[in-house]
Ligand binder design. Structure first.
Ligand code: NBY
Length: 807
């Protein structure tokens, strides 16, 4: 095991540090300090220990003159950081003891921190896990993104319907970031392009400044820290005095208005390409700032730009930063006198692109006229890129088509590697969306199956299980997750299984307390906790889960004295504000919960709970407490999933389809420890081609027919027959995600779950085998794969390298 680099203070010294910050940074004495003051003082005291390893990492990076990784992402869904930093420093106990000695409750202090919710879902959380692993592995890296003033909206339920309000994480000081007022770059939009003295010149119409804010990202045991650099938009001049003096007050404030809107708010759509001008401006804004920044760094170290690909690996998290291709070409051509061909070749050797979706509605396309108006210089450069692509690959695949610029094709053509995020997804990327490009550029598409950081998603969020694992296999597993396989030898040991179950029970009791305190909801910790938490989307099929719940309710009512396995169905997740069907699904879940939870006949067996405002912190509470993980997307639609990995790691077996990373999870945990059901991706495609497949499936399922009739009758909507008419008719008329076709198989698989859960010893063994066998899904493994196959980047941690050689 590697030893931590950070020497820990004594509890007394750390308490003194907290009191010092309380006084000098917060201006409070302990008698008048609020929870906020204590949390801030704790955070600042921890932060004091992060700066040294951060400097040290930067110094080593400069010395090594090696390659830096730049991870460009519109989203970083980070969550809270106090506990994360305390854990990575190895100070968790000291922090807790110090806070306790000061008369405060550690859990309350930690929970006072707002989530940094700069992302929608899986894609943004993946970026956060990757930052964690890059630091843990000691790979020099920067995350680049946008410092949104408002992260993902807050969700409220009014009479069961979703209402959104603005999220305001920056209304309190964000202690983890350091403002860098000296690091600013101009970002231009609009205007026109002219050729002057044989040179192409872009005369921009408007300009904003990108201003840097840095957050250190500390790896495991504080051995390395990278930087997350987020850009905020600022006006070039605070005020256009000339216009102002002319009396044109509106024009005078225009630059400020544009600047303020660009980094104002995260787009809350996780699947539908919104096609809005402001979104394009956001994408260009942060991409251009990031590229200018990395070029400045490279040049300041005396590099020659032709060698850029030896020093710079730029990863595009989906197509959102795909403008990086043309922007890098522009910078090389217009500011550094590269020829077109050389600029394209150099840029491509730096760039790689990760695809996260096959859903056609999620693939970004911009109307050509909009694009040419906002980014006239890039419009022309993309024409040059397309011409170069035609010259090598022929004209089968175009970047411009039907009056649109296709960002997926642009990203593909400008990347040296393109990767999917699970084995199945990467194959489908080759066979479907990019089949022609795959033929034109064989070998360019590869797979890197997603992963999750075990530091946040087991070590920190599941203390009871952490303790058991430490006692059983030692403490080297958090950055060597394959070691969890050592637990396998203990799954026949009843003392081990008792402790495994006790850990689960403790987490369930904690969740029950939390639900009671937060929402006044009582749940029975002895019941099975069956959990589906993720964005609400038709393809994720929360609707199928709800329909199954209603069908189960019907069965229990028909036979109230049966040997039913008590269940709590937990849902969590937000819908994009404009996604009507997803919002109807939320409404229906809440409506059904109201009716079913009030039924005295079924109450002891079945309950639906849907806490509002699901976020990273809620996931950290729910996942360790889950008995069953719902991963039930239509096969071929979920690129990977990462929640599925978190549940398995925390000892919750999956009920799921052969979709995304479920396939690989099932391979790892064993088919006997996974509840599989449903059509395969190939069968889904075939079934869709059959006429009337949905009506046929409904007619063949009396159970499903009854449930749909109940919903239509207004049973859950207080007699309102209109509320769900579209939702129900949609299933009959265009059930694109095959809820109806998979329903019976899902219901049957759930009954197998009931039976298995009733045999508690066997269930615990199955849960423990899930934990023991999913070490491969550590994001450390994923990042090692990117470093080796895509970036050619090295770890600068001698200590770690030495350990790995010995191992
Ligand atoms: O990325 C998710 C995939 O659905 C999931 O299967 C995968 O595990 C995860 C990580 O690879 N995709 C996702 O979360 N996408 C978004 O959040 C998203 C956000 C914005 C936009 C599109 C997708 N957008 O076009 O604005």
């Amino acid at each position: 095991m590697t030893t931590p680099r950070i020497s820990a203070p004594s509890v007394e010294a750390f308490s003194a540090a907290i009191l010092r910050h309380l006084k000098l940074s917060l201006g409070k004495d302990p008698e008048h300090a609020s929870l906020y003051d204590w949390r801030m003082s704790l955070a600042l005291s921890l932060r004091d220990h992060v700066v040294e390893p951060w400097f040290e990492s930067t110094r080593k990076t400069y010395e090594a003159r090696g390659k830096r990784v730049y991870y460009l992402s519109m989203e970083f869904l980070i969550g809270r950081l106090v506990e994360d930093v305390a854990v990575n420093l190895g100070f968790e106990d000291i922090a807790e003891e110090a806070i306790t000695a000061l008369g405060q409750n550690y859990g309350d202090v930690v929970a006072n921190e707002p989530d940094a919710a700069l992302g929608n879902g899986g894609l943004g959380r993946l970026a956060a896990c990757f930052m964690d692993s890059l630091s843990t592995l000691g790979i020099p890296a920067y995350g680049y993104g946008i410092r949104y003033e408002h992260g993902l909206f807050e969700q409220h339920f009014e009479e069961g319907a979703q209402i959104e309000t603005a999220e305001t994480w920056l209304s309190q000081a964000h202690v983890w970031e350091f403002e860098r007022p000296e690091v600013t770059y101009p970002i231009h939009f609009g205007g026109h392009v002219a050729v002057e003295d044989g040179k192409t010149v872009w005369h921009a119409g408007e300009t904003v400044m990108a201003s840097a804010y840095d957050t250190p990202v500390l790896g495991w045991q504080g051995r390395w820290a990278n930087t997350l650099r987020l850009w905020a938009a600022k006006p070039t001049t605070n005020f256009d005095l000339e216009s102002f003096n002319r009396g044109d007050y509106i024009a005078a404030s225009a630059p400020e208005a544009l600047a303020r809107t660009i980094s104002r708010v995260l787009y809350p759509d996780d699947t539908t390409d919104v096609g809005k001008e402001l979104r394009l401006k956001q994408e260009y804004f942060f991409t251009s700032a990031s590229l200018q920044d990395l070029l400045r760094r490279f040049l300041s170290e005396g590099g020659a730009l032709k060698d850029l690909p030896d020093h710079v690996a730029i990863q595009l998290n989906d197509t959102h930063p795909a403008i990086a291709g043309p922007e890098l070409v522009r910078l090389l051509m217009d500011e550094h006198q590269f020829e077109v061909a050389q600029a394209i070749t150099t840029a491509r050797a730096c760039l790689a692109y990760t695809n996260h979706t096959l859903l056609p509605e999620a693939l970004e396309r911009w109307p050509e006229d909009l694009f040419a108006r906002v980014l006239p210089r890039h419009y022309r450069i993309i024409q040059l890129i397309e011409a170069a692509h035609f010259a090598t690959a022929g004209e089968t695949v175009r970047i411009f088509e039907h009056g649109e610029v296709k960002m997926g094709e642009l990203a593909f053509v400008m990347a040296h590697h393109v990767n999917g995020v699970s084995a199945l997804h990467s194959e489908l990327v080759k066979e479907t969306v990019f089949s022609d490009l795959n033929a034109a550029y064989p070998g360019r598409i590869i797979n890197q199956t997603n992963g999750i950081t075990p530091r946040r998603w087991l070590y920190t969020c599941n203390r009871p299980l952490r303790g058991l694992i430490n006692d059983t296999i030692g403490t080297a597993w958090p950055d060597n997750l394959d070691q969890l396989s050592g637990l396998t030898a203990h799954v026949e040991d009843s003392a081990f299984l008792d402790r495994f179950q006790a850990a689960k029970d403790a987490n369930k009791a904690r969740l029950a307390d939390w639900l009671k305190a937060r929402d006044g909801v009582s749940v029975d910790p002895a019941a099975m906790f069956d959990v589906q938490i993720k964005r609400i989307h038709e393809y994720k099929r929360q609707l199928m889960n709800l329909l199954e719940t209603v069908a189960l309710w019907n069965d229990i009512r028909a036979n109230p004295n049966g040997a039913w396995t008590p269940r709590v169905k937990l849902f969590g997740g937000k819908a994009a504000p404009g996604y009507v069907v997803a919002k109807e699904i939320i409404h229906l879940i809440n409506d059904a919960a109201r009716v079913i939870n009030a039924d005295p006949v079924t109450r002891e067996f079945l309950q639906i709970v849907y806490p509002e405002n699901y976020n990273v912190s809620m996931a950290e509470m729910l996942i360790p407490a889950a008995d069953l993980s719902e991963q039930i997307s239509t096969a071929g639609k979920e690129a990977s999933g990462t929640g599925n990995m978190k549940f398995a790691l925390n000892g919750a077996p999956t009920i799921g389809t052969l979709d995304g990373a479920n396939v690989e999870i099932r391979d790892c945990v064993g088919a006997e420890n996974f509840f599989l059901f449903g059509l395969t991706a190939a069968e889904v495609t075939a079934r869709r081609a059959e006429p009337d497949y949905a009506r046929t499936a409904i007619a063949a399922s009396p159970r499903l027919s009854e449930v749909l009739d109940q919903i239509r009758s207004g049973l859950f909507s207080g007699g309102d027959r209109d509320r769900y008419v579209n939702l129900v008719n949609g299933l009959y008329d265009h059930d694109y995600f095959l809820v109806t076709c998979d329903f019976d198989a899902y219901f049957a698989a759930q009954r197998q779950v009931d039976t298995a859960f009733a045999d508690s010893r066997t269930w615990t063994r199955m849960a423990a085998l899930n934990t023991a066998r999913v070490g491969w899904f550590s994001s450390d493994r994923t990042i090692s794969g990117y470093a080796k196959d895509i970036w050619q980047a090295q770890s600068l941690l001698e200590q770690r390298d030495a350990d790995q050689n010995v191992a």
